[in-house]
Design a protein around this ligand. Structure first.
Ligand code: UDX
Length: 453
């Protein structure tokens, strides 16, 4: 069975590389010729643990190839995965331009029976409209063959994309077509052997599962973030609260880490899109909407908190702030919708000079944040970043920060304030001795004075 993958973003590239490692011949297609050239040479456009090895392995084994030709992929593949981006438009709804381009190419070049599998996150009803479109085109072309469509949403996490793809939490297959289901079962036979749960649904349900899962996780984070803000006011500790909540199996301990707000290419976009789908269908999704608003509030509150400590008369003029971590989470260079951008913008707007360092996200930030150029100095290391700064703001919980030489770092600074927006150092035995330390979700001053008393 030959497999074609349309789109070489996180989902398409990782999925293609993993399927090729199972021995399937896979061709990945992208309109970006430069990216395809680099991929063909085994150079990954994204930082993702273990992906480089998988790419090189597939290329050397001859199971993984790359092209810019949609025609070639459509004609040579039995199963075509659509894995192009569905970015948010200004009104929050998903932009399906790239999906439609692929759909048109499949309709134009199809030369026999194919299964089209939608991996991209798509609003409810998209799979059925793709199927209807392709039926119509084949009728007009007077072709004797069919094209079947299935929804097969992807749940991989960035930074763990390869390991998530090798052992997924579940496989959701949304189709009413038996042949499409059988083809996917053949492709995913290895997962069946691993006892990965399979769920068969209609296309609309599969599309909704993806939005529902991401939105639920976003709601969970916003919930715990709001409680973190309250905990700081009432003398409670959010980490202990999360532990206490998470010990209940019905809640689970995951996704209860308070922080500066969620980011990334999925939660913000998918939650907005789900709200939009609700509105389009006359159903207001109050819970998701509130979680989106709470996430915006969280980022603003982080700026307020930093200003509250450092600013005189509300102004951060004359203050230098070192920001550690720019990517929306560790182990990725992705800065899309990273809270770091909003928080740094807020600090700059109040007059601060910002120095920034991220183990992987620097190039992306320098390229994308043109509106902040001049206001942010990008540094070589966390030590370099902290030098002569009044405060450190830890934005992303990269493991390497935990191993930093804090004693020499604090000596090299002008001030000694540490805002730990991920509670990475909350258990560090000396952090409160070295720094004027602020975590998220507990009133450090009250805690400290209680300990002294
Ligand atoms: C998410 C989903 O987890 C994944 O299943 C889906 O396929 C794509 O979207 P991803 O965007 O890679 O994956 O990141 P994830 O690990 O889920 O984190 C998203 C954001 O939530 C990050 O900004 C992270 O820092 C934040 N987060 C996560 C918290 O603030 N607290 C938590 O407890 C967990």
């Amino acid at each position: 069975m030959k497999i074609g993958i349309m789109g070489t973003g996180y989902v398409g590239l990782v999925h293609g590389a993993v399927l090729s490692s199972y021995g399937f011949p896979v061709t990945c297609m992208d309109v970006d010729a430069e990216k395809i050239d680099r991929l063909a040479a085994g150079i990954s456009p994204i930082y993702e643990p273990d992906l480089d090895e998988l790419l090189t392995g597939g290329i050397e084994a001859g199971t993984l190839s790359f092209t810019t030709s949609a025609e070639e992929v459509v004609q040579s593949s039995d199963v075509i995965f659509i894995a192009v981006g569905t970015p948010a438009m200004d009104d929050g709804s998903a932009n399906l331009t790239y999906v439609h381009e692929v759909m048109h190419a499949i309709g134009k070049y199809a030369n026999g029976y194919k299964v089209v599998v939608c991996k991209s996150t798509m609003p409810v009803g998209t799979n059925r409209s793709i199927a209807n479109y392709l039926d119509g085109v084949l009728k007009t072309r007077n072709e004797p063959f069919r094209i079947d469509v299935a929804s097969n949403p992807e749940f991989l996490r960035q930074g763990k994309a390869v390991s998530d793809s090798l052992s997924p939490s579940r496989i959701v297959i949304g189709t009413e077509n038996e042949e499409a289901k059988r083809m996917l079962q053949t492709i995913y036979a290895g997962y069946m052997r691993q006892h990965v749960p399979f769920l068969y649904t209609n296309p609309e349900t599969a599309e909704m599962i993806k939005y529902a899962a991401n939105s639920f996780l976003g709601v969970k984070i916003s919930f715990v973030n709001e409680l973190a803000l309250l905990s700081e006011k009432v003398g409670a500790n959010i980490q202990d609260i999360a532990t206490g909540m998470g010990l209940d199996d019905r809640i689970s301990p995951h996704f209860l880490q308070a922080g500066p707000g969620y980011g990334g290419s999925c939660f913000p976009k998918d939650m907005q899109a789900l709200v939009g789908v609700g509105q389009k269908n006359g159903e207001e999704l109050y819970v998701v909407r509130a979680a989106v608003a709470a996430n915006e509030k969280q980022k603003a509150k982080m700026v307020d908190k930093i200003s509250g400590v450092l600013a005189s008369n509300g102004s951060l003029r004359g203050k230098t702030i070192a920001v550690w971590g720019l990517s929306f989470k560790p182990e990725t260079d992705d800065i899309r919708f990273a809270p770091s951008y909003d928080i740094i913008s807020g600090l700059v707007a109040r007059g601060a000079a910002v120095k920034a360092y991220c183990p992987q996200g620097m190039k992306q930030a320098e390229r994308a944040w043109t509106d902040l150029s001049g206001a942010v100095a990008f540094c070589e290391s966390e030590e370099d970043c902290a030098r002569n700064a009044d405060a450190i703001v830890l934005m992303t919980e990269w493991k390497q920060f935990k191993a930093s030489g804090l004693d020499s770092i604090v000596k090299s600074m002008r001030g000694n304030v540490f805002f730990d927006l991920r509670n990475l150092f909350a258990d560090h035995p000396r952090i409160r001795l070295l720094f004027d330390y602020y975590s998220v979700g507990s009133d450090e001053r009250r805690l400290y004075s209680l300990e002294e008393a």
